[in-house]
Design a protein around this ligand. Structure first.
Ligand SMILES: [Zn+2]
Length: 207
């Protein structure tokens, strides 16, 4: 676990090095993606935090396997784009093959685009398809959580079910690169970046 910003903690989990994020406001915590439950549950308990929401950037197995245990004993329903229902179903079939032990089976609510509020968190949901059809990115306090849409100097893969290279590039160009240049991007894999850094250094984007 690493503290990325004053109120944002990153957990890089599993053989896929998937980033999960905990965002804290007062004693409340919002979780973005949950690969494996126990590191996040331990963190929440140790810091006496109250879990108020879980948002899933997409339905791939390495982003969702910990959700069931994370939300156990709460009434929280994670949020996912409806176009990734298929990804959840696939993940339920393949999770063991990919080395996970937690079955990704849970109830969730659908989200499309727009602003939502979860407790003290104001969240803007942006639909950024391409890595999967239902991939979303989130803006919280001017920070972009990009899931597997864009990485530092790279992009998400598009060769899996529901992936489409042109759609991904359009999502990045039309919805991410247009954000203010100083926007910090926290991706689903790898290190932090900014919109400005990607404009200059991402080989998949020629602005
Ligand atoms: Zn993915």
């Amino acid at each position: 676990m690493e503290q990325i910003l004053s109120n944002i903690f990153r957990f890089t989990l599993s053989d896929f090095y998937t980033n999960n994020y905990c965002i804290i406001k007062n004693d409340k915590v919002l979780v973005i993606d949950c690969t494996i439950s126990y590191p996040i549950i331990n963190f929440i308990k140790k810091n006496n935090l109250k879990l108020v929401g879980v948002i899933l950037t997409h339905g791939h197995v390495d982003h969702i396997c910990g959700v069931k245990n994370l939300i156990k004993e709460t009434h929280i329903k994670p949020i996912l784009n409806n176009l990734d229902d298929i990804q959840i179903k696939i993940s339920q079939q393949i999770y063991r093959e990919y080395g996970f032990t937690e079955l990704p089976e849970f109830e969730y609510n659908h989200i499309e685009e727009g602003k939502i509020r979860i407790d003290e968190f104001e969240i803007e949901i942006i639909h950024t398809p391409g890595h999967t059809q239902g991939s979303i990115s989130l803006i919280i306090d001017k920070i972009l959580f990009s899931g597997d849409t864009i990485f530092r100097e790279s992009i998400g893969r598009t060769d899996l079910i529901g992936g489409c290279f042109n759609t991904l590039i359009n999502s990045i160009k039309q919805k991410i690169i247009i954000l203010p240049e100083d926007t910090i991007i926290l991706p689903g894999h790898g290190e932090l970046t900014t919109v400005k850094h990607e404009k200059v250094n991402n080989p998949f984007i020629s602005v």
